[in-house]
Design a protein around this ligand. Sequence first.
Ligand code: 5GP
Length: 188
Amino acid sequence: MTNEVIFSKEQLDEIISDVADKLNARFENQTSIPVFISVLKGAEPFFNDLIKKCHFEMKIDFIQVSSYSGTSSTGVIHLKKDITEDIKGKDVYIVEDIIDTGLTLNYLKQYIQLHYQPRSITIVCLVDKKPLRKVDLTADIVGVTLTQNEFLVGYGFDYNEIGRNYDFIFVPTKKQLETWDKLLNNDK
Ligand code: 5GP
C-alpha cells in the first residue's frame, strides 16, 4: 500500500501563500518590527517557506519543546531551547506546524508571556487538527483545519525524528512504519 498524501507540495505552496497574504495585509503600513518565532523542529519547513513570502521587516528566533514519542503525544512538555531575542514589549508571532491537543502551544504561550512580557502574542499554525484538543486554544492564523485524527509525516512532521525532509505531508502506512522501525533499530 502506498502512503496517503494529505497535502502535496503544490497544495502546501498555496496554503502558505494564503497565510503569507494575511500577514502581509496586517503589516501593510508597518510601524513596528515583529519577532517571528519558529517552534523547532517541526515548524522549520513551514517557517522557512512562510517568511520568504512575507514582504515586511521582521526579526526571527527559535524555540524548541518536545512532547511527542512515536505517534502520540506524551502530554509532558519540556523546553529544550529558549529564544535569544529581547521580545519584551514586542509583537510576537509563534509559528507552529500543528495544533493537536493544544498543550504545546498553551505551554509556549504561557511561558513566553510570563518570562518575557511581549506586547502581543499571535499564533500562526499550518495545520489545526481538531479531534484530540484538550485545552481551549485557537490559533489566530491557520493554514488548514483537519477534522479527522491522522498521524501525519513529512514537511517537518516526524516519526521518531525521521520523515521531516519530505516536501509533502502524508499518512504513513503500517508497512512504512515497520520499515522505519527496522531502520531506527539498526541506527541505535
Ligand atoms: P499538541 O501539544 O498540540 O498535542 O501537539 C503539538 C506537537 O505535537 C506538534 O508540534 C507536533 O510536533 C506534534 N504532533 C501533533 N500531531 C502530529 C502528527 O500528526 N504528526 C506528527 N509527526 N507530529 C504531530
